[in-house]
Design a protein around this ligand. Structure first.
Ligand code: IMP
Ligand code: MG
Length: 178
């Protein structure tokens, strides 16, 4: 797997330090609010598991699965809900946890969809942000790292379902997907 990586974007240590910071920030912001962290599968599963262990207040965890990518490297623009939440979020403080904010299509669709369910508040936490690629107007309330416009994998992020188990985040060699 390592031989398909052109360069390391963020090391395991850099990610761990950043996730601890985000966890502290969320713990202060959501103290006494019993937040519900909603991870967007599959990309967020590694980030989510580290993030909630960096949060030291009572919280709840749930997941949604959506698809918009197929097997390519850019969004198809259509979002389908493959798995919905198992709980009612009316009156709850909800934080969407996502791996990367790219075009913004996925998160803006999800945000609209969850707001209709009348949560007490709704914020977004993404490990990575690629502002240069935004197609819709949306921003993340908590961002780990801004990253360049390159296709990255690892720490939950995949290319065609591969590389999610890399412990760091790396730039995939273009010849792997060209
Ligand atoms: P958006 O709707 O374009 O913002 O797409 C966001 C989703 O695309 C993320 O949840 C990721 O699953 C996926 N994605 C975007 N950029 C990358 C990347 O560089 N590597 C792997 N997946 C990506
Ligand atoms: Mg994703």
């Amino acid at each position: 797997m390592d031989s398909d990586i052109e360069s390391i974007a963020f090391t395991e240590e850099q990610i761990a330090a950043k996730v601890r910071e985000l966890g502290k920030e969320l713990s202060v912001k959501y103290a006494d609010k019993f937040p519900l962290f909603v991870g967007i599968l599959k990309g967020s599963f590694v980030f989510m598991s580290d993030l909630v262990r960096a949060v030291d207040i009572p919280c709840e965890v749930d997941f949604m699965a959506v698809s918009s990518y197929g097997s390519g490297t850019s969004t198809t623009g259509r979002v389908n809900i493959l798995k919905d939440l198992g709980c009612n979020i009316e009156g709850r403080h909800v934080v969407i946890v996502e791996d990367v904010l790219d075009s913004g299509v996925t998160l803006s669709y999800l945000k609209k969809c969850l707001l209709l369910r009348k949560p007490a508040s709704l914020e977004i936490c993404t490990l990575l942000d690629k502002p240069a690629r935004r197609k819709v107007d949306i921003h993340s309330n908590y961002v780990g790292f801004e990253c360049p416009d390159a296709f990255i994998v690892g720490y939950g992020l995949d290319y065609s379902e591969k590389y999610r188990n890399l412990p760091y985040i790396g730039v995939l060699k273009p010849e792997v997907y060209e």
